[in-house]
Design a protein around this ligand. Structure first.
Ligand code: NAD
Ligand code: UDX
Length: 481
């Protein structure tokens, strides 16, 4: 029986290993983590992450061929294949701070694997890492290996949160990069044999190590670039009377472009896009390619512009001040069907409104009050560095934030409503009831284009929806970003 150990029981390690266990009953899979609370949650009825379909998969395999444990060294020692799926956040200090990937967690994991191993192993990079990381990891491991042989493979993960299980069951492709040597090819084949239990041969792509590592950064940069492109156009739509939904539909029907990832929004969030593009920018700079770095940097700049543009629109529409006004925030997660708030645009929007002294009342069906409060006082980039998760200061405006468990409660007596996550339930709210309980004039600022603008205008709302033709009211109150 092949034994797999995965270091890191997070959003990637947990679901990916659960699906491998489900699809490969003859493989024993152990997911290990240094976080005792995370492992305890994986072993409980309330899993540490919310992901549609995940509970069922875990219930089917846990205790049979899927285990979660904090005994990291023991399970690494026993494994034939070790996946490393630890966090690779943006560096917050030192060389490359604010751009480069912090590989501390990865390096610690690599040194530990070399230390405890007594047999040859395949080590799989599952985390997203800078191109050429495998070379550094190989060096660390071979210098500490005491004669044991390691084959490093790059097997980046392309799942998206909210659809992780569906993506893992039926991925567009699985990418495996390895050394172009007989040992490297043998290792690639071993990993291929795992995936081929449920994925058609043609969808398993094999490349050299550097192509696999770079493809992951490139894919995320391309996806984010599409969103920044459509978001940039959304501001031009507002200025000209074009409708961004009609524009992206017309553009996306060109088969060379395709319809996906063209939804205008308040900005992209999530733990990957910004981090991976910053990393790409840093790598370009280090390789003497400043023009290329500048090109990709623009994707982030437009995303920041989109978030501040949204805040400015809210403030400008409400007579240029939101001081002491109650603003309801519907949705805090970075997208629907997840409780994840990493880099969610809601953080910047709330901070912007709080900066103008608004009182915000936040409702998200999956995000806890604790998480929201932490997100609003934490420094940029600190969220993914569990070791120094200490507040540098408590915000003076903490009293202006309330978190409630109901959209009607959040919007009661509010002056404005901001929709920041596209949860399906926000489409079905009783907006007449919401309008009746708000102060007038009542505003809706839809950062996800989920509401029916005409219906809401009939009720009496003043409605702003990203990239859609503006209400006459909003034309008279122009927002400058
Ligand atoms: P995460 O923070 O949810 O999980 C990482 C886990 O690794 C944490 O639980 C942490 O405690 C653990 N860890 C860190 N160092 C450890 C060590 N030495 N030993 C044992 N455990 C250790 O992160 P994630 O979202 O699962 O992302 C992991 C990697 O996958 C990142 O590189 C990310 O860029 C990449 N990725 C993420 C997604 C996504 O949707 N979240 C998708 C594709 C790729
Ligand atoms: C992303 C990649 O899609 C995935 O392949 C990679 O493995 C990890 O990073 P994720 O961040 O989980 O996945 O979600 P994704 O669906 O890509 O959405 C990212 C952000 O873009 C969200 O905030 C989402 O709301 C936003 N988005 C997405 C848009 O604003 N418009 C779109 O058209 C699509």
């Amino acid at each position: 029986m092949v034994k797999i150990c995965c270091i890191g029981a997070g959003y990637v390690g947990g679901p990916t290993m659960a699906v491998i266990a489900l699809k490969c009953p003859s493989i024993e899979v152990v997911v290990v983590d240094i976080s005792k609370s995370r492992i305890a949650a994986w072993n409980s009825d309330k899993l540490p992450i919310y992901e549609p379909g995940l509970d069922e998969v875990v219930k089917k395999c846990r205790g049979k061929n899927l285990f979660f444990s904090t005994e990291v060294e023991k399970h690494v020692y026993e494994a034939d294949i070790v996946f490393v799926s630890v966090n690779t956040p943006t560096k917050t200090r030192g060389l490359g701070a604010g751009k480069a990937a912090d590989l501390t967690y990865w390096e610690n994991a690599a040194r530990m694997i070399a230390d405890v191993s007594k047999s040859d192993k395949i080590v799989v990079e599952k985390s997203t890492v800078p191109v050429k990381t495998a070379e550094a990891i190989e060096k660390i491991m071979t210098h500490n290996a005491k004669g044991i042989k390691f084959q490093i493979l790059s097997n980046p993960e392309f799942l998206a949160e909210g659809t992780a299980i569906q993506d893992l069951f039926n991925p567009d492709r699985v990418l495996i990069g390895g050394r172009e040597t007989p040992e490297g090819e043998k290792a690639i084949q071993t990993l291929k044999n795992v995936y081929s239990q449920w994925i058609p041969e043609g969808k398993i792509l094999t490349t050299n190590l550097w192509s696999a590592e770079l493809s992951k950064l490139a894919a995320n940069a391309f996806l984010a670039q599409r969103i920044s492109s459509v978001n940039a156009l959304s501001s031009l739509c507002e200025a000209t009377g074009a409708n961004v939904n009609q524009v992206s539909y017309a553009v996306g029907t060109d088969t060379r472009i395709g319809p996906k990832f063209l939804n205008a929004s308040v900005g992209f969030g999530g733990s990957c896009f910004q981090k991976d593009i910053l990393n790409l920018v840093y790598i370009c700079e280090c390789n003497g390619l400043p023009e290329v770095a500048e090109y990709w940097k623009q994707v982030i700049k437009i995303n920041d512009y989109q978030k501040s543009r949204f805040v400015n629109r809210v403030v400008a529409s409400m007579f240029n001040t939101v001081s002491n006004k109650k603003i309801a925030i519907l949705g805090f997660a970075f997208k629907k069907d997840t409780g994840d708030t990493r880099e969610t645009p809601a953080i910047d929007v709330c901070k912007g409104l709080l900066g103008d002294k608004a009182r915000v009342s936040i409702f998200d069906p999956q995000v806890t009050e604790d998480q929201i409060q932490r997100d609003l006082w934490m420094n940029k980039f600190d969220w993914d560095h569990p070791i120094h998760l200490q507040p540098t200061s408590t915000p003076s405006n903490e009293k202006n934030v309330s978190v409630v468990w109901d959209a009607y409660e959040a919007t009661k007596d509010a002056d404005g409503v901001c929709i920041l996550t596209e949860w399906d339930e926000f489409k079905k709210l009783d907006y007449q009831k919401i309008y009746d309980n708000m102060r007038k004039p009542a505003f809706v600022f839809d950062g996800r284009n989920v509401v029916d603008c005409d219906k809401l205008r009939e009720i009496g709302f003043i409605v702003y929806s990203i990239g859609k033709p503006l209400d006459p009211w909003l034309k008279d109150m122009p927002a400058v970003a």
